[in-house]
Design a protein around this ligand. Structure first.
Ligand SMILES: Nc1ncnc2c1ncn2[C@@H]1O[C@H](COP(=O)(O)OP(=O)(O)OP(=O)(O)O)[C@@H](O)[C@H]1O
Length: 600
């Protein structure tokens, strides 16, 4: 006969759980004080999960909690004369050691009652009586408790200091009758200093969401790290395509064409192209860029003026229509040059004759060089090049095709085009606008995108402080606006960042799930961390976080471990709102096995 869930849990407790102590007074519904059994004195148990079976409302109930601290007590030696003896002899037999007691504190993280064959999440609405037994949690007990959810569970880490896989549930953002969808999008943060394992954690989370075929994912990849793994047919691609049957596409920026004339104008300015043409100050550059854009948009308005004498003879026989999207053709460039050389145009850029001559000379002497730069800039906007897709259409795929897009915004993905950090920011800004626009379109049709957008190096693009540089400030503001508005479109963000203190606080406030890797234990990082998880929260949690070892140095002593503090409703074990502590699973082994994703 099949065992009932209660029987499974009880037999798990008797077979595999380690009895470590009993509840004592005072205890509350949030924190239990527990007298440790002498047999458990030598166990390293801080951070370990435990289970406390008791009865609530007449139902067998199991409280799961985490040992947050341990305290040694020996009242006999706390008196002055005894302390004096110890200070002289180093001991006070038979009082030292033998009379020591140890008490642990347990923060309750989740409570389940079992009714018939259902496991019902509940809350601690009572306190178990003193003497109630406390056991270390085992995988077997946890599996029994989680049995009703087993199809939804996903694993990215083991409970800190244990070999127990922490069950997590990553629901998609859409509505669904089967319980797999949450019905709303939320934002996620993955933090930690360099080498803390955050981009590996992000990979595992991407896979967690990719298991939902109804979800699209966009990875904005400023370093090209994720795209590289896909291009090289690494684990990520194999899992997404072979195991999860997902459509995966890598889009280097070279293959995307932009269309915003405002972005074109800004790139003309920040690329140094106008400077090379002899137009030096930002004000004059702005006038020149406006004129060029307006010429490309409405060449007819200027055609008649071209009949005027021009100073540099150029071919006028291009058949290609003049526009931003065709501007990379040499013929169109020539027309632009002719246009700039018109007396009327030159005068609008510079009042002084000297400066006007400087432009003309620059064009004459550096024509080819200018064309090379022009081509690399305008190729970003070219539409008549095979393999290129307009940004808007690319982003529309998330709504109509359900894809996983990796957008490579790194130098490697920017072959043949003009690329630097400023242009990267401008392009990111356009991508955010496209996401908002597609989201809004769908929203108006009563539909939701059900999409996760992952952005690596988020601190570089949405910093806390106001920025001097115009492009960065615009991007920063756009990010804040995006996190506020896109949730209603069913679009959630995952921000990966090396810092929390230097990331825009509004982004942090809007997040619901946080993964804090190693390295945020000091100064302003710690203060920000306290603000996020603090709020009256037991300080022991922060102490446990601070005790994380640096994965980079731990390798000297043994295998590297990548610990994380997880905060937010992402595990059935976190219903009480307390953070959970995990060691990330090894991406290429444990992770694959635990989630049934092993690849041949
Ligand atoms: N879960 C994991 N399983 C296996 N290896 C890992 C895991 N996490 C991290 N590593 C190893 O540690 C290295 C650093 O991890 P990762 O790239 O995720 O760090 P990061 O925090 O993103 O650093 P950066 O900010 O420099 O990008 C990886 O190259 C990988 O070798």
């Amino acid at each position: 006969m099949n065992e009932s869930i209660k029987e499974k849990i009880e037999s798990g407790i008797s077979r595999s759980a380690d009895w470590i102590g009993v509840v004592i007074s005072p205890s509350t519904n949030l924190t239990l004080n527990v007298e440790l059994l002498e047999t458990a004195y030598e166990k390293g148990i801080v951070g370990n999960p435990c289970v406390i079976p008791f009865s609530q409302d007449g139902l067998p109930t199991y409280a799961l909690g985490q040992i947050t601290s341990i305290q040694l007590r020996n009242p006999h030696i706390e008196r002055h004369p005894i302390q004096k003896i110890i200070s002289v002899r180093g001991e006070a037999n038979p009082l030292t050691t033998k009379h020591d007691t140890r008490q642990i504190e347990i923060g309750i993280s989740a409570v389940y009652s079992v009714q018939e064959d259902k496991v019902i999440p509940t809350r601690m609405a009572s306190v178990p009586p003193t003497g109630t037994r406390v056991y270390l949690l085992s995988q077997e007990i946890l599996d029994a408790l989680m049995e009703p959810h087993k199809d939804e569970l996903f694993y990215v880490g083991k409970i800190y200091n244990t070999n127990i896989y922490l069950p997590m549930i990553f629901k998609h953002f859409g509505k669904s009758d089967d319980g797999r969808g949450l019905g709303e999008a939320y934002h996620i943060g993955v933090f930690g200093k360099t080498g803390s394992g955050k981009s590996y954690m992000a990979r595992m989370l991407i896979i967690a969401y990719a298991r939902h075929p109804e979800m699209s994912i966009v990875v904005l990849d400023p370093q090209g790290e994720f795209s590289k793994e896909i291009k090289e047919n690494g684990i990520l691609r194999k899992i997404l395509q072979q195991k999860l049957n997902r459509k995966v596409e890598v889009w280097p920026i070279t293959n995307i064409s932009l269309s915003d004339p405002g972005t074109f104008k800004k790139i003309l300015m920040v690329s140094g192209f106008l400077h090379k043409m002899g137009i030096k100050s930002p004000e004059n550059q702005e006038i020149a860029a406006d004129l060029i854009v307006s010429y490309l948009q409405n060449p007819k308005n200027y055609e008649k003026k071209k009949k005027e004498k021009i100073t540099y003879h150029l071919s006028r026989t291009s058949l290609i229509p003049t526009s931003i999207e065709t501007a990379h053709h040499r013929g169109v460039f020539m027309k632009v040059i002719e246009f700039i050389q018109l007396e009327d145009t030159l005068k609008r850029i510079y009042a002084s004759e000297d400066r006007r001559r400087r432009i003309v000379t620059a064009i004459e002497t550096r024509f080819e060089e200018l064309y090379e730069d022009w081509k690399r800039i305008t190729l970003l906007f070219a539409k008549d090049v095979e393999s290129k897709l307009p940004l808007q259409q690319l982003i529309q795929k998330i709504a109509y095709e359900k894809v996983i897009l990796f957008i490579d915004l790194s130098e490697q993905g920017a072959e043949e085009i003009f690329w630097n950090d400023k242009i990267q920011r401008l392009v990111l800004n356009d991508i955010i606008n496209a996401l908002k626009q597609v989201g809004n379109e769908k929203f108006k049709q009563g539909e939701q995108l059900n999409t996760l957008v992952v952005i690596d190096e988020a601190h570089r693009f949405a910093p806390r402080e106001r920025q001097e540089e115009e492009e960065l400030e615009a991007l920063r503001i756009n990010f804040v606006d995006a996190v506020r508005t896109t949730r209603k479109y069913g679009l959630g963000w995952m921000f990966i960042s090396q810092t929390i203190a230097s990331l825009h606080p509004e982004l942090i406030n809007q997040m619901r799930v946080y993964f804090f890797g190693y390295g945020l234990s000091w100064g302003s990082e710690l203060r920000t961390l306290k603000e996020i998880v603090g709020g009256g929260m037991n300080n022991n949690y922060l102490a446990l976080y601070q005790s994380f070892k640096d994965p980079q140095s731990s390798a000297v002593l043994g295998e590297r471990e990548y610990p994380f503090m997880v905060f937010g409703p992402v595990s059935p074990l976190s219903v009480s709102g307390a953070p959970l502590f995990i060691t990330a699973l090894k991406y290429d082994s444990e992770f694959l096995v635990a989630n049934n994703l092993s690849i041949k």
